[in-house]
Design a protein. Structure first.
Length: 488
């Protein structure tokens, strides 16, 4: 039966609730804004609080008999070709944990690409799942990781046939995409599910010229952040399921175990509205986004010293399978700039925030909301930045190891190391010791050190020189990285 995508069940229910003028003796305590400080109302607006409702026993009745959320999730699943969809208001950091716990449990193994987000590592600590790391495809020339290949996963399964499944990140924050269809085929040969952390891929189902969407590629579970590349509010995430390798009730139960009992109706409503927007207008909106990104790439390429990475740089043998065209990744190696220095200058002097910055790049994410209104100020700022930088000294050098020196031995499971007795050691004494913490350059949030890894001098030097150059390590016990936490 064809579903009516002009509907938005949660949004419609919010509108109906407001028109009914109900009186609530439930949370939230501000009572649709009546109790909010006037200065807060002035800044945030009355509408936010009028629509901030209790989900069960507020928007819907205490037994959720209106089915507003259920209907919205069914429409979302239909729009992206999934069997089941679940909304969450706790971001994809929760969604990916729920997905992992639905496939493996304490002491069981899961194949995971080592370029996974820190939320994946957090799931390992919480669950006791033991990772079998699958190495990314490392570009030594550009110092960048791309997703592992299907052959890499096949080899990992060959060595670990008892693994319960596999997880891959695609697209990466830089837009690199894995060959999901072939990786899914590898997993299914072993009767195991594939989880795709596709947090950066919410837009992919809505245009045929974009990289293959995980559900279309045959993945079993897919996690997507609607707030990243879509029109959702921050923390708006969905996870999708298809096939019979993961029970829907198990996935729902794992999400319930981790999630809040007070979900935000505002976030639900934004998820619902975004699905309607994309189901009705997604092709046109994505065509616009692609055109905007292409025009921006060509214009940046004309600025002296700047190069925009494209498929020729990122794709091919030993690199990525495909490239999402919407992240515009600007290589600064033709200037005296680092990505950190460029990002700071753009924010301070031009009020422009870039998505991420590393030792040699900045990345600006283009979405359907961008246009020349946003890209022309960026282009002007980049021209001014490169002019200003001509008189600057070279940016501090970050000592990035080669691939064989970047990876460290997993000496014990992440959970064991994280909860072990610990001590903080000066960096010069830490090599050879087992890390008891995560240390993550952020963004993009991919840990350079995981609990249980045996620390090596090249990785310690990389992070030390990174911090000196402007790298941010928000989860380290010592963000200045003069000490590191190790197992005692």
């Amino acid at each position: 039966m064809s579903l009516d995508h002009s509907r938005a069940p949660v949004l419609e229910a919010v509108d109906a609730y407001r028109r009914q003028e109900m009186v609530s003796f439930t949370p939230p305590g501000h009572k649709q804004g009546a109790g909010v400080d006037p200065q807060v109302l002035r800044l945030l607006g009355q509408e936010v609080f009028q629509h901030d409702l209790l989900a069960s026993g507020g928007l819907d009745d205490r037994r959720m008999r209106g089915g507003f959320l259920r209907d919205a999730e069914q429409l979302m699943a239909d729009a992206v070709h999934a069997d089941h969809t679940f909304f969450t208001t706790c971001g994809s950091s929760l969604s990916v944990k729920a997905a992992m716990l639905s496939v493996a449990g304490p002491g069981q193994r899961l194949l995971i690409s080592r370029d996974a987000h820190k939320s994946v590592a957090a799931a390992l600590v919480l669950s006791g799942i033991e990772p079998v790391w699958v190495e990314p495809r490392w570009d030594d020339e550009r110092h960048l990781a791309h997703p592992p290949s299907a052959d890499d996963y096949a080899a990992a399964f060959e060595r670990n046939p008892q693994a319960e499944g596999a997880l891959v990140t695609s697209p990466t924050p830089y837009g690199s995409c894995a060959d999901l269809r072939t990786i899914a085929e590898v997993c299914h040969r072993y009767g195991r599910p594939l989880i795709v952390d596709e947090a950066w891929g919410a837009h992919l189902p809505f245009h045929p010229d974009l990289p293959t969407w995980a559900m279309d590629a045959g993945a079993d579970v897919c996690v997507t952040s609607i707030h990243k590349m879509g029109s959702g509010l921050e923390q708006g995430s969905v996870f999708h399921l298809q096939g019979d390798l993961v029970e829907p009730s198990v996935l729902k139960n794992r999400a319930d175990l981790l999630g809040t009992t007070s979900p935000s109706v505002l976030i639900y409503a934004a998820l619902d509205g975004w699905r309607r927007q994309m189901a009705l207008h997604g092709h046109a909106l994505m065509s616009h986004a692609r055109t905007t990104a292409d025009e921006l790439r060509h214009a940046i390429e004309k600025i002296d010293g700047l190069h925009v990475n494209d498929a020729q740089d990122f794709c091919g043998p030993g690199r990525a399978h495909d490239l999402d065209p919407l992240p515009v990744v600007v290589d600064l190696t033709g200037t005296t700039l680092s990505g950190y220095r460029a990002a700071d200058w753009l924010r301070e002097h031009r009020r422009i925030n870039v998505h991420l910055a590393d030792h040699r790049r900045i990345n600006v994410q283009i979405t359907h909301a961008d246009s020349r209104r946003t890209t022309e100020p960026l282009l002007d700022a980049l021209r001014d930045l490169t002019d200003a930088a001509q008189g600057w000294d070279e940016a501090p050098r970050v000592e990035v190891p080669a691939a064989d020196a970047l990876r460290m031995e997993q000496a014990c499971p992440p959970r064991d190391a994280y909860f072990a007795p610990t001590q903080d050691l000066p960096l010069e004494k830490a090599a050879g010791r087992v890390a008891a913490e995560m240390v993550t350059p952020y963004p993009p949030g991919i840990p350079a050190i995981l609990p249980g890894e045996r620390l090596s001098e090249p990785v310690l030097t990389y992070l030390r020189t990174g911090v000196q150059a402007g790298m941010n390590l928000p989860d380290a016990a010592d963000p200045t990285f003069t000490t590191v936490r190790v197992v005692k």
